[in-house]
Design a protein around this ligand. Structure first.
Ligand SMILES: [Fe+2]
Ligand SMILES: [Fe+2]
Length: 472
């Protein structure tokens, strides 16, 4: 088998017999998983996809029609930085590790498995969406994200196969056995067991949850374990597109809604719905849900694991190397929100234990900026409404904030008040049923469902009515 042709890579796969043997066992199982759990009824479609065949700028975005089961999932590391040093923690200044340091082996494996588990999970969550895509453009974007999440799985499996021997191979197999939402063998993290039932949920997921991916990958891109750092650096190039699909998708939904609101001169949700668009309060409730569920992915606000991962040089902060401090953080402190008294109070805690919170706050700032860009759509339509990120403590299930009920504005409320207001704050069954009623597949090139505006620019400079997917 010509490995370099079949599996594009820059990790010397053609000369690495033990890696070949591990992948020869795993790859057929991956394809079975894709047939079972990948995009539904799509195996024979020709999809206009980009494929990474190398890490240089010309190589990582090769466009052409591909049947997804024949997609060439590749293995790429960003180019090495000569003499790279561990940038933080107890080993700061020592040469970065090319092989797994024995004492950190279990923690590194856990970090890689946790990241790896999210990749197939999102494909599983999105597997029915192709049946209701609002256009060929959107269908193609969904499939692009799905194959790239598949490649991200390959990226983590490469690390497990190449660096962790037998238990790495077992973990790689288990990544294909867990299932999103399964009662007996679920995915590791909560948000990856939620449903993504409709396209508004999909755009919110790619806006928020892929952005969590960006921040986790950024933290791992600083790792002292060089293969993990270089792998995640390359994954980030793909992640940017996933978030673009989220942000532009939300903006296009909002644009259509604003058009209807202006045509009818109304902000009455029932009238907007009757005209076949999604009212802004429903969009806000979806946003509240996906934002809060994604915030939980960062983990407990105080975590000794986070401190250990940092101090041992395995997982840094977002933009670690650009920060001006000692990169040890031993005496440093950080403000976290505490709810143990029944009210929300800021409390100063050792920063090392609060690194999940540091990353979560970086994520919130980034999310905020994007919502600001989405709001320009409403602004341009001349309407006074605004979408808003909910308060950090709203609807949290993990960490000390899980114990209190907090409104999207940040007010602590009683259980009774929560119950009476929750349908204003989170999507109700009625909201979801309404959005579901709009979901119908549009397959004519250049046409879009009535609840979403066309995109500003086509993919890869193609004409506006380009046939992104051929159904055969
Ligand atoms: Fe990913
Ligand atoms: Fe992603």
């Amino acid at each position: 088998m010509d490995y370099n042709q079949r599996i594009p890579n820059n990790v010397g796969l053609a000369d690495d017999r033990s890696l070949q043997r591990a992948l020869e066992n795993w790859q057929p199982n991956f394809l079975h998983w894709w047939q079972d759990m990948g995009p539904e009824s799509s195996q024979n479609f020709d999809v206009y996809l980009r494929t990474a065949i190398s890490v240089d700028p010309q190589g990582w975005a090769n466009f052409g029609y591909v049947k997804m089961p024949e997609y060439r999932w590749g293995i790429f590391l960003n180019p090495a930085v000569a003499d790279r040093k561990v940038g933080f923690g107890a080993h700061r200044g020592e040469a970065a590790w090319q092989e797994v340091p024995g004492e950190y082996r279990a923690n590194l494996r856990r970090i890689i498995v946790t990241q790896g588990d999210t990749e197939p999970a999102s494909v599983e969550q999105q597997r029915h969406l192709g049946l209701t895509a609002p256009s060929l453009y959107d269908l193609r974007n969904l499939f692009q994200i799905n194959v790239e999440e598949g490649r991200h799985l390959w990226a983590m499996v490469y690390l497990l196969h190449r660096h962790f021997g037998r238990d790495g191979r077992e973990e790689a197999d288990a990544l294909l056995e867990r299932r999103s939402g399964d009662a007996d063998n679920p995915r590791i993290l909560g948000a990856f067991n939620e449903k993504t039932p409709d396209w508004l949920a999909f755009f919110m997921f790619t806006y928020f949850t892929d952005r969590d991916g960006k921040f986790q990958l950024n933290a791992l891109a600083e790792s002292g374990f060089e293969p993990l750092a270089r792998t995640t650096q390359f994954m980030l190039t793909e992640e940017a597109y996933h978030m673009f699909v989220g942000e532009s998708g939300i903006s296009r939904v909002m644009q259509r809604t604003c058009e209807v609101m202006n045509q009818l001169a109304t902000d009455n949700p029932a009238k907007v719905r009757a005209a076949g668009a999604i009212d802004l309060p429903t969009i806000q409730r979806y946003l509240n849900f996906h934002s809060s569920v994604t915030l939980d992915l960062f983990g407990a606000d105080q975590s000794s694991n986070a401190a250990i991962f940092y101090s041992s040089g395995l997982k840094g902060r977002h933009k670690e190397t650009k920060r001006n401090d000692d990169h040890l953080l031993k005496g440093a402190s950080y403000q976290v929100l505490d709810a143990s008294s029944g009210t929300l109070v800021e409390r100063e805690v050792p920063m090392l234990n609060a690194l999940n919170e540091v990353l979560r706050d970086d994520f919130i700032r980034d999310s905020e900026a994007g919502i600001g860009r989405c709001n320009r759509v409403i602004d341009k339509a001349g309407l006074p409404h605004r979408l808003k990120l909910p308060h950090k403590a709203f609807n949290r299930r993990i960490g000390s904030l899980a114990g209190v009920r907090v409104s999207p504005d940040g007010d602590v409320v009683s259980e009774a008040e929560w119950n009476s207001r929750v349908s204003d704050w989170l999507p109700s069954d009625d909201d979801r049923a309404f959005v579901a009623s709009l979901m119908q597949r549009v397959v004519e090139p250049g046409k879009y469902a009535g609840w979403i505006a066309p995109p500003q620019v086509p993919v890869n400079d193609q004409p506006m009515n380009f046939e992104y997917v051929r159904f055969n």
